[in-house]
Write a protein that binds this ligand. Structure first.
Ligand code: URA
Length: 281
C-alpha cells in the first residue's frame, strides 16, 4: 500500500508514520519507481548510505565486452534488445556460476537498480525436482534467496510433508528452487510479459544446466515463462510432457495463503509429483 505525505505537514511525523503503519503501509515507495543510482548528487549533501549492502557487481572479464555493448545502447533499450543481450550473455554460459554472473551483469532490466540482492537459486542443483516461482519479494531480496518469506515457508512445509526438501543432499528427496525473474520487482508488482520475456533465456539455460526430471511451475508467471501460457486454475494438477522432463503446474503458495481451501488441491498435485518421482527412479 502506498501513501504520499508532505514533509511540510505540521503534524508530528512519528504520528504520521504510525498512521501509515496502521493503514497497512509496509514499504517506502511511490506510485512511480525512482532510480536512485541515477540521481544527481544532492546539493551540498552526501548521498545517504544504504542500510543493506547493495549487490556486488561481479563483472567477469569475459563479460566486459558485452557490458560495454550494453552501456553504449541507451537506457531506453527496448525489451527485445534486452532479450538479445540476455541471449548473447547466455550463449557463453557453461556452469551455474557462469549463469549467476551473467544475470548479475545483465543490465537490460531496471529491477536490478532498485533491488538489494540478486536472487539466483537455493537447494540442491542435483535435485530431480526443480521448482520455478515468479520473482523475489521483499524477504527474498533482503536474503538473496528464493521463497524465504511467508509463501516460501508454506511451500517448504508442503514439500516437507511429502519428504522433499531444499536442504536434502540426496538427489531423490531434494528440490532446487529458482524464479522466472531474478531481481525483485519494485513494490512486488507482477512482472509484465516483456520482463518475463527478457529473462526467458536465463531461466531456459537454468533448466538446461540443472537438467531436472520434474519441473514444478508455481503460478501464472512461471507458466508464462516456461510454457508460454497462463490460466493456472486450468493448468494445475495436469502433467505436461516436456522434451526432457515432466512439467507440473501448481498454484502459487501466495495464493494458497489467501485461499487455504485450495491447499487440498495442491496437496494432491504434490502427491502426483511424488508418484512420478517413484516411476522415474
Ligand atoms: N514468490 C515467488 O514467486 N518467488 C519467490 O522467491 C518469493 C515469492
Amino acid at each position: 500500500m502506498e501513501l504520499a505525505i508532505s514533509m511540510e505537514n505540521d503534524l508530528n511525523l512519528k504520528a504520521i508514520l504510525q498512521y501509515q503503519i496502521d493503514l497497512g503501509v509496509d514499504e517506502a515507495i511511490t506510485a512511480n519507481t525512482f532510480n536512485r543510482f541515477k540521481e544527481t548528487k544532492l546539493q551540498g549533501q552526501k548521498k545517504p548510505e544504504r542500510i543493506l549492502s547493495p549487490k556486488p557487481i561481479q563483472s567477469k572479464q569475459r563479460n566486459n565486452s558485452l557490458l560495454r555493448e550494453q552501456k553504449s545502447s541507451s537506457v531506453d533499450n527496448t525489451a527485445n534488445e534486452a532479450k538479445l543481450v540476455a541471449e548473447k550473455l547466455v550463449s557463453e554460459v557453461q556452469t551455474l556460476d557462469d549463469l549467476k554472473n551473467s544475470i548479475e551483469a545483465f543490465n537490460g532490466c531496471d529491477y536490478r537498480e532498485t533491488a538489494i540482492n540478486l536472487v539466483f537459486a537455493d537447494g540442491n542443483p542435483k535435485a530431480k525436482i526443480m521448482v520455478i516461482g515468479e520473482a523475489p519479494g521483499q524477504d527474498e531480496d533482503k536474503q538473496g534467496l528464493p521463497f524465504v518469506g511467508r509463501s516460501g515457508q508454506l511451500l517448504d512445509k508442503i514439500f516437507s510433508e511429502a519428504g522433499l526438501s531444499r536442504k536434502s543432499n540426496d538427489s531423490s528427496t531434494a528440490i532446487y528452487i529458482t524464479n522466472a525473474v531474478n531481481w525483485r520487482p519494485p513494490g512486488n508488482k507482477t512482472p509484465p510479459p516483456e520482463v518475463i520475456d527478457m529473462f526467458r533465456p536465463f531461466i531456459q539455460k537454468h533448466i538446461e544446466l540443472v537438467n531436472p526430471k520434474i519441473l514444478v511451475l508455481t503460478g501464472n508467471s512461471s507458466c508464462n515463462a516456461i510454457i508460454n501460457r497462463g490460466g493456472i486454475t486450468g493448468l494445475r494438477g495436469k502433467w505436461i510432457k516436456g522434451e526432457r522432463y515432466f512439467i507440473m503446474p501448481i498454484v502459487h503458495p501466495a495464493f494458497l495463503l489467501r485461499n487455504p481451501k485450495v491447499k487440498r488441491d495442491t496437496w494432491n498435485d504434490i502427491l502426483k509429483i511424488k508418484q512420478k518421482l517413484r516411476e522415474l527412479s
